[in-house]
Design a protein around this ligand. Structure first.
Ligand code: HEC
Ligand code: HEC
Length: 302
C-alpha cells in the first residue's frame, strides 16, 4: 500500500469510529430525552390524552373537543403536506401555543427543553415515526399587502373552490355538507364558523395560510396546496380575516370555549404533581398524608 493510501484508509477508519461514537451518543441522548418526556407527559398530558396516548384520559369523556389519540400518528397541525407526519417543530408549536377554544392550553409552565422532550415522547406512541420521515415543510411565501381587490378575489375563490359546501355561503359553518361530518377517530366534527375568532390554527395570517396549504389531517378539511396557487390561498386568508369580525365569547381571564375546562384540569394535574413525586416536603417525599388531612381540615374551617 502506498503511504497516501494508508493515510486515507486510516482517516476513513477514524471517520467511521467517530460517527459510530456520535450516533451512539445521539441515541443515548434521545433515550434520556424520552425518559424526561415520559415523566412530563404523565404529569401534564395523560389526564386528557391517556397514559397510553390513545386520547382516553380520565377527563376526555367530559370534553366536547376530544383530546388527540396519538397512536395513529395523524396530526392536524403541521407544516408538512397532507398525509405526512408532522415535524418536531410543528408539534412543539402546538404545545407552545395551544389550540384556541379547546382545553388544549399553551403549556408554557414547561421549559423549552421540557416541551421538546415531551415531543420526542409523543412520537413513541405511533410506529409511523419509526418507519417514515415527515415530508418537506410547505413554505409560506411573504404575506402580500392587503387590499380590497385581494379580498374580492378571495371571496370568489371561496365560492369556486367549494368552501361554502362545508363552511356555508357566509362562512358560518352551516353549509349543505356540514351535517353529520366525522373525524378519523369517528367523533362528530363541524366545519369551523369562520366569522368567529380566535382560530385553532393560530392568531397570524400565516397560520391560516399554512392550514389552507396542509389541510387538517384526520378531519374533512382538505389541503389546497395542489389546487390553489399561493396568491389564491393568500386571497382566501384575507377574505377569511375580512369576515372574522366577531370574537368568541370570553369567560374568566379571557378564556374562550373549553379553555376554562382545560385550565381546571391543568391546575388539578399541577396540584397532584406537587403532592406526589415532586416532593413539596423535601427530596422525593411528596406531601405526606397527615399534612394533607391537616390542610383539608384547615380549608373546611374557613
Ligand atoms: C385538558 C386536556 C388536555 C391536556 C392536559 C393536554 N391536552 Fe393536548 N389536546 C387536547 C385536546 C382537546 C386536543 C385537540 C384539539 C383539537 O384538535 O380540536 C389536543 C391536541 C393536542 C395536540 C395536537 C395534535 C395534532 O393533531 O396536531 C398535541 C400535539 C397535544 N395536544 C399535545 C399535548 C401535550 C404534549 C400535553 C402535555 C404537555 C397536552 N397535550 C395536554 C387536550 C389536552
Ligand atoms: C368537506 C368539508 C370542508 C371543506 C370543503 C372545507 N373545509 Fe375548512 N374545515 C372543515 C372542518 C370540518 C374544519 C374543522 C377542523 C377542526 O375543527 O379541527 C375546517 C377548518 C377550517 C379552517 C381552520 C379554522 C381554525 O380554527 O383554525 C379554515 C381556515 C378553513 N377550514 C377554511 C376553509 C376554506 C377557505 C375552504 C375552501 C378553500 C375550506 N375550509 C373547505 C371542513 C371543510
Amino acid at each position: 500500500m502506498r503511504t497516501i493510501e494508508r493515510v486515507l484508509s486510516c482517516v476513513f477508519a477514524l471517520g467511521v469510529l467517530v460517527s459510530l461514537y456520535l450516533a451512539d451518543n445521539v441515541s443515548r441522548a434521545a433515550e434520556a430525552d424520552i425518559a424526561v418526556g415520559e415523566k412530563i407527559y404523565r404529569e401534564n398530558c395523560a389526564a386528557c390524552h391517556g397514559e397510553r396516548g390513545d386520547g382516553k384520559g380520565p377527563e376526555a369523556g367530559r370534553l366536547g373537543n376530544k383530546p388527540r389519540d396519538f397512536t395513529a400518528g395523524i396530526y392536524k397541525f403541521r407544516s408538512t403536506p397532507s398525509g405526512s407526519l408532522p415535524l418536531s417543530e410543528d408539534i412543539l408549536r402546538t404545545i407552545s401555543k395551544g389550540v384556541r377554544g379547546t382545553s388544549m392550553l399553551a403549556q408554557l409552565h414547561l421549559s423549552q427543553e421540557e416541551r421538546s422532550a415531551v415531543v420526542q415522547y409523543l412520537k413513541t406512541f405511533s410506529p409511523r415515526f419509526k418507519k417514515q420521515k415527515p415530508g418537506p415543510s410547505i413554505s409560506v411565501p411573504p404575506k402580500p399587502r392587503e387590499d380590497k381587490e385581494l379580498v374580492t378575489q378571495g371571496e370568489s375563490v371561496y365560492r369556486d373552490a367549494g368552501c361554502a359546501s362545508c363552511h356555508g355561503s357566509d362562512g358560518k359553518g352551516d353549509g349543505p355538507s356540514a351535517e353529520g361530518l366525522k373525524d378519523y377517530w369517528s367523533f362528530p366534527i363541524g366545519p369551523t364558523d369562520l366569522t368567529l375568532k380566535p382560530f385553532k390554527s393560530g392568531p397570524d395570517p400565516e397560520d391560516l395560510y399554512r392550514t389552507l396549504s396542509t389541510g387538517l389531517d384526520g378531519t374533512p378539511m382538505p389541503s389546497y396546496a395542489d389546487s390553489l396557487t399561493p396568491k389564491e390561498r393568500w386571497s382566501l386568508v384575507f377574505y377569511i380575516l375580512s369576515i372574522a369580525t366577531h370574537e368568541r365569547p370570553r369567560g374568566m381571564m379571557g378564556l374562550v370555549g373549553e379553555e376554562t375546562q382545560g385550565m381546571m384540569i391543568d391546575m388539578r394535574a399541577a396540584m397532584a404533581g406537587m403532592m406526589g413525586g415532586r416532593g413539596m416536603m423535601g427530596k422525593g417525599g411528596g406531601m405526606m398524608d397527615r399534612d394533607m388531612k391537616e390542610m383539608m381540615k384547615d380549608m373546611k374551617g374557613r
